[in-house]
Design a binder for this molecule. Structure first.
Ligand code: RM4
Ligand code: MN
Length: 388
């Protein structure tokens, strides 16, 4: 696509969903560094997310994590979101922080634990009904640490049964987004280690089950854009959990470690129609800001996704196809690299200005004084974090 106004339309239409946990305290297993002004409940997390949306105009949806974002009244939470110009995005189930789940949740050898885990997943669908969320995001920490620990194949059967029960409970407009991860916390086998496993389960479940690609959940060197192209072609790409990694699942700001990889991913998305709302690809962030200020880090991530998208939209597809058809390896590569090497910041600044936004979202956020205000106001109480 090289028609400038079509590129701008596509950029204006892109929505990036931010994670509630990105606004709370987080850390590594060594230390959590608390930050001043961090939200103390899901209502305050939404208020922070509204700052990101105000600055970027592109982040109206917020993913929740249950029970971290458990509240008495989900309709009230959803109304609060609407009042801030936001919507509730994916509901992330959490079956990894309970003593019962030591040997797994839905794949646990003990049927009592499996029942408890599936009940939590069903509770998450109730929360979707109450909040208007359409996406149930499932990530399972399930797996084994030692050869022989459990029956790998039987665990697949337990997983399939659990997924089938949850799938049955979904409303017409609701879907499952199944996320995979290569390793951690389990170190020998994970029960959903890769896209192929997730895809096979989704295929068996039906059209309302799709795969989520968390960019931090692969072995180093994995060609993620190939996975994206494949899943899009099969209509099974539900969305992304964007973040960056240098080593394992580092959950750093999207586009920070390898902006070229993010571009290559967005190139496959754009080329295969994944920006169109009807394909249902959710552009979510799943990251943690352990040492940097959280709201500007989320804004930076949104901008990085937008920049990768803009570059992907600038690929001269006519020239690319011609070079590919002619078998001209160097010309084809050059078309792609030309787009990647374009400075798209002025174009995005223009799109923002035309939408009545500050062309510089980070400056816009700083000018609000929100960081000082919340640091002064949010004293006392318990800061939100993992396990809240
Ligand atoms: C997992 C996975 C999930 C996220 C949790 C916090 O590694 O990426 O998407 O909800 O972490
Ligand atoms: Mn994730």
């Amino acid at each position: 696509m090289t028609d400038r106004s079509a590129v701008k339309d596509a950029l204006r239409a892109q929505r990036i969903e931010t994670p509630s946990w990105g606004y709370g305290n987080s850390g590594t297993r060594f230390k959590v560094f608390a930050q001043p002004g961090v939200p103390r409940d899901p209502f305050e997390k939404l208020a922070d997310a509204a700052q990101v949306h105000a600055a970027t105009g592109a982040a109206p949806k917020v993913s929740l994590h249950i029970p971290w974002d458990k509240v008495e009244d989900y309709a009230a939470l959803s109304a609060h979101a609407r009042g801030l110009g936001l919507e509730i995005g994916a509901i992330n189930a959490n079956v990894f922080q309970d003593d019962d789940y030591k040997l797994g949740s839905v794949t646990n050898p003990d049927p009592r634990v499996r029942r408890k885990a599936v009940d939590h997943l069903l509770e998450c669908v109730d929360i979707m009904d109450a909040t208007g969320s359409t996406d149930l995001k499932l990530w399972f920490s399930d797996g084994t640490n030692y050869p022989g620990q459990d029956d790998t194949s039987a665990r697949q059967g337990r997983l399939a049964d659990a997924l089938a029960e949850v799938y049955e409970r979904l409303g017409d407009d609701q879907r499952i987004l199944l996320e995979y991860k290569l390793f951690e916390p389990a170190f020998y086998t994970m029960d959903v280690p890769d896209w192929g496993t997730a895809y096979a389960h989704c295929l068996r479940l039906g059209p309302k089950a799709t795969v989520v690609v968390d960019t931090g959940h692969h072995a180093p060197g994995t060609n993620i854009e190939f996975i994206v192209a494949f899943l899009l072609r099969e209509g099974k790409l539900g969305g992304f959990d964007f973040n960056s990694r240098f080593y394992a699942d580092d959950d750093l700001m999207a586009g920070a470690a390898d902006p070229f990889q993010l571009f290559r991913i967005m190139h496959e998305v754009v080329k295969n129609g994944g920006l169109a709302p009807e394909t249902g690809v959710a552009f979510m962030l799943d990251q943690c800001h352990n040492i940097e200020a959280k709201i500007p880090a989320v804004i930076r991530s949104v901008m990085n996704v937008q920049e990768a998208t803009a570059k992907a939209l600038l690929v001269d597809t006519g020239a690319l196809t011609a070079a590919q058809d002619a078998g001209d390896v160097l010309a084809a590569n050059e078309v792609l690299m030309d787009a990647y090497n374009t400075d798209v910041r002025p174009l995005l600044a223009e799109v923002r200005a035309e939408a009545g936004l500050d062309p510089n979202p980070l400056a816009a956020y700083r000018a609000t004084g929100w960081a000082d205000k919340t640091a002064a106001e949010r004293v006392g109480g318990h800061q939100a974090g993992w396990g809240a």
